[in-house]
Ligand binder design. Structure first.
Ligand SMILES: Nc1nc2c(ncn2[C@@H]2O[C@H](COP(=O)(O)OP(=O)(O)O)[C@@H](O)[C@H]2O)c(=O)[nH]1
Ligand SMILES: Nc1ncnc2c1ncn2[C@@H]1O[C@H](COP(=O)(O)OP(=O)(O)O)[C@@H](O)[C@H]1O
Length: 208
């Protein structure tokens, strides 16, 4: 059976990964989303099992020991990780999956899934990135400062990715990601091999 494609959407905090992913959900209903585990406390309105699987540090450490995470990373004082089994099951069922994760984790996933498609979401400018982190209003000033300094370092990791997408307007960013997904499907279409064989058979018969 044809395997699904693993897409990884990454980029600095505040660039709009969550917003773009939520918009993509509406536009690409067949795409499956990986729900991460985290030790971060839930924000208002976040639900366990929907936004994240919220774990204590002990529970998270047990998941690491049991090799239940495809990758994990510490980010601004909390742990985040991708549950392995769900990703592997989805891909083996021939469905595409998208991981919305920070850059260290994305680089670790690349080591295991070199055939994955890695997309780096870029802010239109550093100033706009600052505005988005502050404007979201979910973090304390100290966390905002920490996230901003991490974001500047994260921008240097762009070369690890297959594509860079600027998130200027949400709809446009989604359209660019949709175009990448279509192109990656075209690259991998296995039926093209069969089709080609049919032509070859006809050609051989005609020539013979
Ligand atoms: N490595 C890794 N990063 C993750 C995972 N899940 C979420 N993240 C990233 O962790 C960072 C912090 O996430 P969060 O606290 O929800 O804040 P926000 O995404 O910036 O609103 C973001 O860059 C997320 O994309 C994961 O499973 N693994
Ligand atoms: N294209 C955009 N234009 C303007 N604001 C945006 C855009 N994308 C995201 N935002 C805003 O930026 C803030 C950070 O977005 P979020 O999706 O939480 O980022 P991330 O998941 O990368 O940390 C949110 O307040 C969101 O509404």
């Amino acid at each position: 059976m044809k395997r699904g494609i693993l897409f990884v959407l990454s980029g600095p905090s505040g660039v709009g990964k969550g917003t773009v992913c939520a918009a993509l959900r509406g536009k690409q209903p067949e795409l499956i989303y990986s729900v991460s585990a985290t030790t971060r406390s839930p924000r208002e309105g976040e639900q366990d099992g929907v936004n994240y699987f919220f774990k204590t540090r002990e529970q998270f450490m047990r998941m690491i020991e049991a090799d239940a995470l495809l990758e994990h990373a510490e980010y601004v004082g909390n742990y985040y990780g991708t549950p392995r089994e769900f990703v592997e099951k989805t891909l083996s069922e021939g469905k595409d999956i998208i991981l919305e994760i920070e850059v260290q984790g994305a680089i670790k996933v690349r080591e295991k899934f070199s055939e994955g498609v890695f997309i780096f979401l870029m802010p239109p400018s550093l100033n706009e990135l600052k505005q988005r982190i502050v404007g979201r209003g979910t973090e304390s000033q100290a966390t905002i400062d920490h996230r901003l300094s991490v974001a500047v370092e994260e921008m240097n990791l762009l070369h690890h990715y297959d594509y860079a997408v600027v998130n200027d307007e949400i709809d446009q960013a989604c359209a660019r990601i949709g175009a990448i997904m279509t192109a990656e499907h075209c690259k991998r279409e296995r039926f093209l091999g069969e089709l080609f064989q049919q032509f070859e058979t006809v050609q051989t018969a005609e020539n013979g």
